[in-house]
Design a protein around this ligand. Structure first.
Ligand SMILES: [Zn+2]
Length: 283
């Protein structure tokens, strides 16, 4: 087992005791379930522990997790090979792919709202809230309402519509509901993080601890509200929203590499290739 004691100590320095394990291999299996053809697809970790790391030190987690889209099974495996499975129960039951994708969509919801809240005008936010439509409480179509992941479940959630009597109050009302949605969704999903007294190296220390990796994805989403910017990736083929982990960052973050050498993200290097190709060969 490869320990990363430096990471563990650095995490403790931030008051966090929570390491996560990445196993040797990740595979997909079809189990009997509610999916098409009576099955659902599940991600299973296999083998022994290949890597131990501290998710608190990886603010790139939500931006990379948010790139998991329904149907792209290979992307889930690629994510798990670097950061591991999402829940401790995955070793026994697996992490269901529809559940993983629902959480990825829920993280995108939070990131999208943060992006709109940063904008100067409220028009984009208003349109976005109106685009969240579904059935909630009765058969009629309602907004804002959307499917979200809430810890282990996937559920439909709705919020009050922005109400205002004068146009001066409109912006405040729209922002208020958007922030309420973001607060609710994040708070549901960081509830597994708790403050405990833990014995560490023969001494008792009070530290934050988490139960699963998915908690830590939302921890970083929550943390980003304290002043971090959400940007749109400058790679035109990507265009995804990401949380800036350093000032001036223009592209989605790179995946973590264990040897410590941080390579460019595929979006940054891909963008350089595109620019190079689009230059005329000769004047
Ligand atoms: Zn990108």
């Amino acid at each position: 087992m490869k320990m990363e004691p430096q990471e563990v100590n650095e995490a403790l320095g931030r008051g966090f005791y929570g390491v996560w394990h990445v196993l040797d291999t990740y595979e997909l299996a079809s189990l009997a379930g509610p999916g098409p053809e009576g099955t659902h697809r599940v991600l299973f970790p296999n083998g022994t522990i290949a890597k131990v790391y501290a998710p608190i030190l990886h603010p790139e987690l939500p931006s990379l997790f948010a790139k998991l889209h329904p149907g792209d099974e290979q992307a889930v495996i690629n994510f798990a090979r670097v950061y591991g499975h999402l829940t401790p129960g995955a070793v026994v039951h697996g992490d269901p792919l529809p559940w993983i994708w629902a959480h990825a969509a829920t993280v995108r919801l939070c990131v999208q709202i943060t992006h709109h809240l940063q904008a100067d005008t409220v028009e984009g936010l208003d349109q976005y809230l109106r685009s969240l439509r579904g059935q909630w409480l009765d058969d009629r179509e309602y907004w804002p309402c959307t499917q979200v992941a809430k810890q282990g479940d996937i559920t439909t959630a709705g919020w009050p519509q922005p109400r205002y009597h004068t146009m001066q109050k409109r912006e405040h009302a729209i922002r208020h509901i958007a922030r309420l949605i973001r607060r609710d969704v994040i708070n549901w999903n960081i509830a597994g993080i708790h403050f405990v007294v833990q014995e560490i190296d023969g001494k008792d220390r009070s530290v934050f601890s988490c139960q699963s990796l998915i908690d830590m994805v939302y921890w970083h989403v929550a943390n980003a509200i304290n002043g971090q910017s959400v940007r749109r990736c400058a790679n035109q083929r990507c265009g995804a929203l990401f949380i800036q982990t350093r000032q001036g960052q223009q592209y989605c973050p790179a995946r973590w590499r264990q040897n410590g050498r941080q390579k460019d993200s595929p979006c940054a290097s891909g963008s350089r290739v595109q620019k190079h190709r689009s230059k005329p060969a000769h004047q």
